[in-house]
Ligand binder design. Structure first.
Ligand code: BCR
Ligand code: FE2
Length: 330
């Protein structure tokens, strides 16, 4: 396997500077402040567009996890044959188990989902920051907490009514209220993590990163959670996550070192098809079973949220395993 500690060999045409990195670093930083301004001037427009935000977030974000099984995320290379079937089975099992936990123990299930999401988002930002500086990512818990909490745990404290509308249909009234206490504690810890992170970045003059971190928190405070999350997921987390894992797809490292970025992106896109179709098929089955009212009667939007949460767990654990491995071999 190619030396993983060799950033130029791994990322070739992407990091530290490429048009793709500039686009992914610019788009959300323009769109989020524009939405914040719009919302501060007139807050009524978003209610009518909530479903649009949710759909954009879901459709743009779904494919980024769909390649999980085809990535070379560890010492064993890309799984093939029996190994691929085994991993497919484990992935599906994790999706089913998470869905069951969320339906049977909603407060615990949603709390776990939020904690794992926070880690996944925060560690993704921390890793992307390192790559942008031409360095290999390392696991950085304090930076991870500072970036991960604003769009995951903070809304439970800052926007309880909106969170209630989305979360409580899963397990009945009381689910959100049960999470508010623990979320407050996490928010205090996150505030300390933000102060430490900003102090460290100030010392290293990483002003752009301080600006992005501030923007995430301002978005979390000023924008309704579904709006902030959808924009973040579609324009920020998912493209950055794709860029970071681009070299791990078979054939991509060779093309990247040859400067063929577009070819790599098209290959990535092709690999997303089976997983995305599979996830949409699972969604269709859930809706069909639901109309029988045999096990849980939920609105399609609630099922979509529950499925996204269920997909989050194997997706985030796959990437966590990769990050820990990368941390060990660096
Ligand atoms: C491979 C595979 C597949 C596929 C997969 C996929 C497709 C994945 C995806 C994945 C994904 C796609 C992931 C995701 C993630 C996500 C996340 C991480 C999220 C988070 C969220 C949150 C955090 C939220 C928040 C909120 C809101 C928004 C509102 C209200 C409130 C709250 C706060 C809750 C299948 C199954 C077919 C089969 C097997 C294999
Ligand atoms: Fe991700």
């Amino acid at each position: 396997m190619q030396a993983v500690t060799d950033v130029p060999a791994r990322f070739g045409a992407i990091f530290p500077h490429s048009r793709l990195v500039t686009a992914t670093s610019t788009l959300p930083v323009v769109v989020l402040p524009a939405l914040i301004l719009l919302f501060l001037m007139n807050s009524s427009w978003y209610q009518a567009n909530l479903i649009v935000f949710a759909a954009i977030g879901l459709l743009a974000g779904l494919p980024h996890g769909a390649v999980d099984l085809f990535l070379e995320l560890g010492p064993n290379g890309v799984p093939r044959g029996q190994a691929l079937v085994r991993q497919l089975f484990v992935y599906l099992l994790a999706v089913a188990a998470t869905l069951a936990i969320i339906l049977l123990f909603p407060a615990f299930g949603v709390g776990l989902f939020l904690a794992i999401s926070a880690w996944h988002f925060g560690s993704g930002e921390s890793a992307f920051n390192a790559c942008r500086r031409g360095r290999l990512p390392r696991v950085a818990p304090i930076e991870t907490i500072a970036y991960g909490i604003p769009l995951t745990v903070a809304p439970v404290v800052l926007w309880p009514d909106q969170v209630r509308e989305i979360i409580d249909p899963l397990g009945g009234p009381g689910v959100t209220d049960a999470l508010i206490g623990p979320a407050r504690v996490v928010l205090v810890i996150a505030a300390v993590a933000v102060v430490i992170t900003i102090a460290r970045k100030t010392a290293r003059t990483h002003w752009g990163e301080i600006g992005e971190l501030t923007l995430l928190w301002v978005a979390a405070v000023t924008l309704p959670p579904l709006v902030a999350f959808s924009v973040y997921f579609a324009l920020w987390h998912s493209p950055r996550h794709v860029i970071r894992t681009l070299p791990e797809l078979p054939g991509n490292r060779r093309d990247l070192s040859g400067g063929h970025l577009v070819r790599c992106l098209l290959r990535y896109l092709a690999y997303t098809v089976p997983g995305t179709v599979g996830a949409l098929a699972i969604f269709a089955v859930l809706i069909a079973v639901n109309s029988d009212a045999t096990f849980a009667e939920l609105q399609p939007a609630t099922w979509a949220g529950a499925l996204l949460a269920a997909l989050t767990i194997p997706h985030a654990l796959t990437i966590l395993r990769y990050d820990l491995w990368l941390d060990r071999v660096r």
